[in-house]
Design a protein around this ligand. Structure first.
Ligand code: MSP
Length: 496
């Protein structure tokens, strides 16, 4: 991993975050989806030569973690250490290129959180009062009556507890109007549109002050002005987006990468990210994130995947069966980014065999075999002689690629690349490339050029595969130059 200080010293650029994940569970496919998506964007922006900071990490305080530790006979800290390590390992196995992995039990993070709490208290945004409401432990969120279906939290299918306590409250109610304004005029952008409408609808009803401390919960950051209380886990968690950039809690001294250009998450945590989070920043006079993007859930048999429902799909199993790049491909292509998508092993196997083994893998093997047979005397390709029709097809592919990527439509971007793969297959058939003699090399050059573009498009999505294709083509990665001979290597995606 790069040294954080080196990255922070560079010029301002693209700052992207995932949520930090609760360590009461091991990483599942839902977490992996957000993280792979963020990784694709981070890699893409790096390839555009932007300075990128990509932050992820683990959320380690609160009642949920305390309970999970008790149930497994560990101390909360032990549980956090073990599970946080598992998240790191999974991200390594998925080739996630994060710049920092933040843990909320880091002492620097805790100090910064306490400093912020003290400021908010002094500024009278935090006050003592009585709070009564429903609390869902699964979400670690207060719920209104309207949020519940048959008295249960629809996401976790559990009855929330009724909490009535004397504790500290945050003046969230003050921020409803200003947030509505900032969201409406996209100063604080929420994407896609339907999610923005949903939040605006919620804000229209007005915001209420929220309880931000508990006496009963011991596993949390203590309030600096009342040591008997620990702070509500979300306030602690949100500040990771700042402390992850080595922030010390001083609002006058913000990190260079601030504010985030993009925060990715699923809809379960949009409401808190569009209310409590920006309200905290506004009360500290800190600029708001530029954009929040909400993606859909992975569902299994139509239900949200979650530990409490016991229907969890693990990334490790997928990596074991398909490999790293194939897992990245299968996840991003099976799910349309802003809708819920159902997955099953059967469909994943089908997709692996059709798109990766027969599609991409087969095309690479076919072209490289032909090129090795006919071109091994002449490794360099004459790009200037490129066929005009092919050039147009490639250009239009790149255009759509960029449009879809800017809209975070990952499955559409991949579809576009796969269209180019089928085009190339058809071209080989049409030109009957396998019959070409040594003096008819231009058609083979054309297919090599298409393949080089495919490899380039795949770079942020399937980084290892892209590198393998470049190597077989004899192209130096990141360079346009054909510098050595085309050579054949092992098959990319064996059929399963
Ligand atoms: N710790 C909080 C977030 C704090 S951020 C300041 C949290 N953690 S979580 O472990 O529950 O992870 C929530 C996030 O994981 C979701 O927003 C989403 O990004 C991802 N996913 C969890 N389940 C998912 C699916 N079934 N499908 C897709 N992504 C989902 O909430």
């Amino acid at each position: 991993m790069k040294k954080i200080s080196n990255i922070l010293n560079r010029k301002k650029g693209f700052y992207i975050t995932t949520p930090i994940y609760y360590v009461n569970s091991r990483p599942h496919l839902g977490h992996s989806y957000t993280t792979i998506a963020a990784d694709v964007l981070a890699r893409y922006h790096r390839l555009q030569k932007e300075k990128v900071f990509f932050l992820t990490g683990t959320d380690e305080h609160g009642a949920k973690i305390e309970k999970a530790a008790q149930e497994t006979n560990r101390t909360p800290q032990q549980l956090c250490n073990e599970n946080s390590k598992l998240f790191k390992k999974t991200w390594q196995n998925l080739n996630i290129s994060y710049d920092n992995f933040i843990r909320t039990t880091n002492s620097n993070h805790i100090k910064a959180v306490q400093r912020v709490l003290q400021i908010l208290y002094q500024k009278k945004f935090i006050y003592k009062g009585i709070y009564e409401g429903f609390y869902c432990l699964g979400c670690e969120q207060y719920k209104t009556k309207n949020d519940l279906i048959n008295g249960k939290c629809p996401d976790h299918q559990i009855k929330p507890e009724i909490v009535k306590e004397k504790n500290y409250l945050f003046k969230l109610s003050r921020f409803g109007n200003i947030l509505r304004k900032k969201i409406t005029n996209n100063e604080f952008e929420i994407k896609p549109e339907e999610r923005k409408r949903e939040i605006l609808g919620f804000l229209k009803k007005g915001l209420q002050d929220i309880s931000i401390s508990r006496q009963k919960i011991r596993w949390g950051v203590t309030l600096p002005f009342d040591k008997k209380h620990t702070v509500y886990v979300w306030l602690d968690a949100f500040l990771n987006y700042l402390t992850g950039l080595s922030w010390d809690g001083n609002p006058e001294n913000l990190p260079k990468f601030w504010p985030p250009n993009l925060q990715l998450m699923a809809k379960d945590i949009l409401r808190v990210h569009a209310t409590i989070w920006p309200a905290m920043l506004l009360s500290l006079n800190i600029p708001l994130p530029k954009k929040i993007f909400i993606h859909g859930y992975f569902t299994i048999d139509g239900q949200k995947m979650s530990k409490s429902l016991g229907n969890v799909f693990r990334p490790e199993e997928m990596i074991e069966k398909f490999g790293t790049d194939a897992t990245r491909y299968l996840l991003l292509s099976s799910c349309s980014f802003n809708k819920d998508s159902d997955i099953s092993w059967e469909r994943l196997f089908e997709k692996y065999n059709s798109d990766l083994a027969s599609g991409l893998g087969n095309l690479v093997a076919r072209i490289i075999t032909l090129a090795v047979k006919t071109k091994n005397q002449e490794p360099r390709i004459k790009i200037k002689d490129q066929n005009l029709e092919i050039k147009k097809v490639i250009q239009s592919s790149w255009r759509n690629y960029k449009i879809f990527l800017n809209e975070f439509k990952f499955s559409e971007v991949l579809k576009e690349i796969w269209k180019l793969i089928s085009f190339c297959d058809r071209y080989i058939e049409k030109e009957r490339l396998w019959e070409k003699s040594k003096n008819q090399l231009s058609a083979i050059d054309d297919s090599l050029i298409i393949l080089a573009n495919i490899a380039q498009m795949l770079q942020p999505f399937l980084p290892e595969t892209s590198e393998k294709i470049f190597r077989q083509l004899g192209i130096r990665l990141n360079g346009q130059e054909w510098c050595s001979k085309v050579r054949k290597e092992k098959i990319l995606f064996p059929r399963i």
